[in-house]
Design a protein around this ligand. Structure first.
Ligand SMILES: NC(=O)C1=CN([C@@H]2O[C@H](COP(=O)(O)OP(=O)(O)OC[C@H]3O[C@@H](n4cnc5c(N)ncnc54)[C@H](O)[C@@H]3O)[C@@H](O)[C@H]2O)C=CC1
Ligand SMILES: C[N+](C)(C)CCCC(=O)O
Length: 496
């Protein structure tokens, strides 16, 4: 892949099975894959049908037999090697991610760092997976074994294509599972690179496979009788469908869904950090982040000062060619999504919100970028809790500012949502900080920062934002099952 905006095309097959890139056995419908920065077509993606999905699952099943018999330390060594290769090829992978997703190269490099750190972390845990030994009367005893599930399916979204593939395959492989991964059809490219890296690192051929396609391909995966688990990142409506399909096969699911998270700024906060935190909470990856703190509640005493500073910094964000070193905001994923975000802003205005900055389309001077999907990051003032822009996930660079007066009031308003993915608080008062996050009904809470992703910390939602956890030790629970073995050391005392 070339490394200049507007010059790349993708020729190689994008499915991966049995340790090689392959064309799907029954590739039907072709989907255009776009370069968001220019609007050019990068490639035509053949969507995999039932036969290809079955071949990928069978390939994973064969590899599972070998991988699941290896010790944790043996798996650890292979995964560490994969992490090392990713680190070595960081810039190349980040470039691929930027070309396909539209996010700035600066951010894509951070995503790739989080990705190799994830594999490194789970490599470390692989060697320490263990059960318990429990003593019973008369010298009898029991023990537990933590065993893999089998073939796990990962279905990814388009906002963090490589990172999502690592967040799912890291814990899955560490526990001894195999995986079939389906990226979003908008961002099919980098997951195949991950598959090649796993093979180079020494996983058995077929351990990590990639099938490409959209909803139909995803459905074949979810219904496949040999699939043991589904881990999904994406929207709430699709999450509901995944759960329904999984229910039919009694398959466990992990759901990482959307959010409309609150970020609460108290008047005693360090203003500089709070402003930086609000920008981090809203404008990474053009605002296309599930855990974004898009409802920014600001204590009325500092509303004007805070808002002025946020607007000033937002207007300074450099938009444009995502492969340029100083760009901090690239292009949104595609034209329909850009239109959808624009629609939310129009509706916000109609409902009485005030656009304090941005929200309009951005047309870069560079002629090759003129068909890209750019907009200026937007800050909305005069917002009310019942406006659509405050209730619905926009998934674009749109921050809503909402004043509040008391702690009790803000906690109640922060929790008045169907979502519960994340939340944040900025204050210098440590008791207040812990009290408020304890009251937030959200799975991932930040104090005096926002949207950082240490892989050591579990990540996942409450309420409609899903369940199950990625990252941290917690994810092991969701990619393994516990076997109990009861051992009799005496004679059988029969009832009969
Ligand atoms: N929680 C998160 O990180 C994300 C949330 N979203 C939210 O979802 C909205 C739409 O984005 P999409 O990518 O269209 O999300 P989506 O939920 O439609 O798609 C996510 C993944 O699920 C697959 N999929 C779609 N329908 C399926 C089905 N019936 N069975 C199996 N797999 C299926 C897609 O091909 C893709 O790989 C965004 O605007 C945003 O609100 C999107 C991306 C990430
Ligand atoms: C990396 N981070 C925390 C900014 C976002 C990760 C969650 C997502 O997939 O949207």
């Amino acid at each position: 892949m070339s490394s200049a905006t507007g010059t790349s095309t993708v020729q190689q097959p994008l499915n991966y099975r049995g340790g090689s890139r392959v064309q799907p056995a029954d590739g039907g419908q072709l989907e255009d894959v776009f370069e968001p920065a220019t609007g050019r077509v990068l490639c035509k993606l053949p969507c995999s049908g039932e036969k290809e999905v079955d071949l990928a699952v069978q390939s994973a099943k064969a590899a599972f037999k070998i991988w699941s018999q290896m010790s944790g330390m043996e798996r650890c060594r292979v995964m560490l090697e994969a992490a090392r290769i990713i680190r070595e090829q960081r810039d190349e992978i980040a470039t691929m991610e930027t070309i396909n997703n539209g996010k700035s190269i600066f951010e894509a490099r951070v995503d790739i760092d989080i990705s190799w750190q994830c594999l490194e972390y789970y490599a470390g845990l692989a060697g320490s997976l263990a059960g318990e030994h429990i003593q019973l009367p008369g010298g009898s005893f029991g023990y537990t074994r933590r065993e893999p599930l089998g073939v796990c399916v990962g279905i990814g979204a388009w906002n963090y294509p490589f990172q999502i593939a690592c967040w799912k395959s890291g814990p899955a492989l560490a526990c001894g599972n195999a995986m079939v991964f389906k990226p979003s059809p908008f961002t099919p490219i980098s997951a195949v690179k991950l598959a090649e890296i796993f093979t180079e690192a020494g996983v058995p051929k077929g351990l990590f496979n990639v099938v490409q396609g959209g909803a139909a391909t995803g459905q074949f995966l979810c219904h496949h009788p040999d699939v043991a688990k589904i881990s999904f990142t994406g929207s709430v409506p699709t999450g509901m469908k995944i759960m329904e399909m999984a229910a039919k096969g009694i398959k466990p699911v992990t759901l990482e869904l959307g959010g409309k998270s609150p970020l609460i700024i108290f008047s005693d906060a360090d203003l500089e950090n709070a402003v930086k935190g609000a920008l981090m909470a809203n404008f990474l990856t053009q605002g296309e982040v599930c855990c974004n703190g898009t409802r920014v509640f600001v204590e009325r005493k500092i509303l004007d000062t805070f808002t002025k500073e946020v607007v000033k910094r937002t207007q300074k964000i450099k938009i444009g060619d995502p492969l340029l070193e100083d760009t901090r905001m690239g292009a949104l994923i595609n034209r329909p999504h850009l239109n959808r975000v624009q629609g939310f802003i129009k509706q916000a205005k109609e409902q009485g919100a005030e656009v304090l900055c941005g929200g309009d389309l951005y047309v870069p001077d560079d002629p090759k970028l003129k068909n890209g999907y750019y907009m200026r990051p937007c800050v909305l003032g005069n917002c009310k809790d019942d406006m659509t822009c405050v209730k619905e996930e926009i998934f674009g660079p749109v921050m809503a500012i909402l004043p509040f007066d008391t702690e009790e009031e803000v906690v109640e308003r922060a929790n008045a949502t169907k979502f519960g993915l994340a939340g944040g608080v900025f204050t210098r008062d440590i008791q207040k900080a812990h009290r408020v996050v304890a009251a937030l009904k959200a799975g991932m809470c930040f104090i005096n920062n926002y949207n950082i992703s240490p892989v050591e910390l579990p990540f996942g939602g409450y309420k409609s934002s899903g369940f199950g956890r990625e990252n941290g030790r917690a994810a092991i629970e969701y990619y393994s099952q516990l076997k109990t073995v009861c051992v009799e050391m005496g004679d059988v005392e029969s009832v009969f």
